[in-house]
Design a protein around this ligand. Structure first.
Ligand code: BMA
Length: 396
């Protein structure tokens, strides 16, 4: 057999294998499943489809604020602690908008919004995925996201005293998101993750400061406003509670869920379970996290949504083998847990101008650097230089 026919045969068998796999996957049979914005751009829909396919074999790796600063550098073009330690940029870039609503030129961590826009374009143009969160200030008190002193959620709902203020804040966001375009006018798809960790007590939209019902109204209003009034076409909406270990029953994860018509992606934020902090994680923390991820994956699949591990990390990467000994194990222990589309670790705060000892990716020479490289080399983990084109619709 010559080389060409051998390749053709191999191609045929891999296509056959892929179609068998997809037939046995109930999610792929739900043909009506799609993104919640009917007018979403081609690239946005393609990203959703590609993440949904790729997650059956691979997990993308993401880092918050990856291009803006690292533990030992600030605002230097081309730099990234992930790249300097591993050789590649991350596959997913997380960004943060807190303070944009006040008309500030920098976010709450000192990242300039114009530069951020440039970094978002840069990451997208290299094939990466963009996700944006928002530690939105408290619209009632003028305090920050951690100001839990007033019933702010009810105040921003339609009919509430601060509804108009809230809408003008959403206008600011809409302007920013709508202007994330490349030179040829392509709008950059964004996984938008507002009002996260609502089952924690620390944000004004969190548990104890509002009812689950009001939270759902807040979410639905936000989506309806951005999607239907502002007509944004490049957003996928991410619902992401904090650790399932915090909940009385894991089913409570969906207490705040605004409904399938308002969410594209379901995420989990969890820093503590895998290392057993605060008694989270029980006897076998890795197994517990794996079980939580697996459960979330299956729940997301039932709803036609994409599951992700939206935030995690071991601050200062204290556990030297955290990446392969904890995180990778948790992702791989239960088969369903493997089907998360990405895992994103939190930011590497600059030690001189920002916070000391607040970083989640080892910089070169850090005791956990070798293990991070082992993690990067795992065949199931994708960094940016491993990515296929996520913005072209896969063939049926
Ligand atoms: C938190 C910390 C804070 C930061 C906030 C928003 O978890 O990293 O220092 O201000 O995220 O990025």
């Amino acid at each position: 057999m010559n080389q060409t026919s051998l390749s053709a045969l191999l191609l045929f068998f891999s296509a056959l294998l892929f179609s068998c796999n997809s037939n046995s996957n109930p999610l792929q049979q739900e043909s009506e499943r799609s993104v919640i914005s009917p007018n979403a751009t081609y690239e946005t829909k393609a990203l959703f489809e590609n993440l949904d396919r790729i997650r059956h074999e691979y997990t993308l790796f993401g880092h918050q604020d990856a291009l803006a600063y690292g533990v030992h550098w600030l605002d230097e073009p081309g730099r990234s602690d992930v790249k300097e330690t591993s050789g590649s940029y991350p596959a997913v870039y997380g960004w943060e908008l807190g303070d944009i609503e006040l008309g500030a030129s920098e976010n709450l961590d000192g990242v300039n919004f114009d530069s951020m826009r440039g970094w978002i374009i840069e990451g997208f143009e290299r094939g990466g995925v963009i996700t944006i969160g928002w530690h939105m200030n408290n619209p009632v008190t003028g305090g920050n996201a951690w100001d839990i002193s007033e019933g702010a959620v009810d105040a921003v709902l339609p009919g509430g005293s601060h509804h108009d203020t809230f809408n003008t804040w959403l206008d600011v966001f809409a302007d920013f998101a709508d202007n994330l375009t490349t030179e040829d006018g392509t709008k950059i798809p964004v996984l938008f993750r507002p009002f996260h960790e609502m089952n924690g007590t620390w944000f004004w939209w969190g548990i104890d400061h509002t009812s689950a019902e009001s939270y759902q109204k807040l979410w639905r209003h936000t989506v309806a406003y951005l999607r239907d009034e502002k007509k944004l076409t490049n957003l996928l909406y991410v619902y992401s509670p904090d650790a399932i270990s915090r909940l009385e029953r894991k089913e409570d994860f969906f207490n705040w869920y605004p409904g399938d018509d308002y969410v594209d992606i379901i995420g989990l934020d969890d820093y503590h379970t895998v290392i057993g902090r605060f008694g989270f994680g029980g006897e076998d923390p890795v197994a517990t996290l794996s079980h939580h991820l697996a459960w979330m994956v299956e729940e997301a699949e039932k709803r036609g949504k994409i599951p992700v591990f939206s935030e995690t990390g071991d601050e200062t990467v204290q556990t030297e083998d955290w990446y392969t000994g904890k995180l990778l194990q948790a992702i791989q222990k239960e088969p369903a847990a493997r089907r998360i589309a990405y895992v994103l670790v939190w930011r590497n705060a600059n030690e001189s101008v920002d916070r000391e000892d607040h970083y989640y990716v080892p910089y070169p020479g850090h005791p956990a650097a070798e293990d991070f490289i082992r993690f990067r080399n795992d065949p199931s983990i994708l960094f940016e230089d491993d990515l296929p084109d996520l913005y072209v619709m896969p063939a049926e």
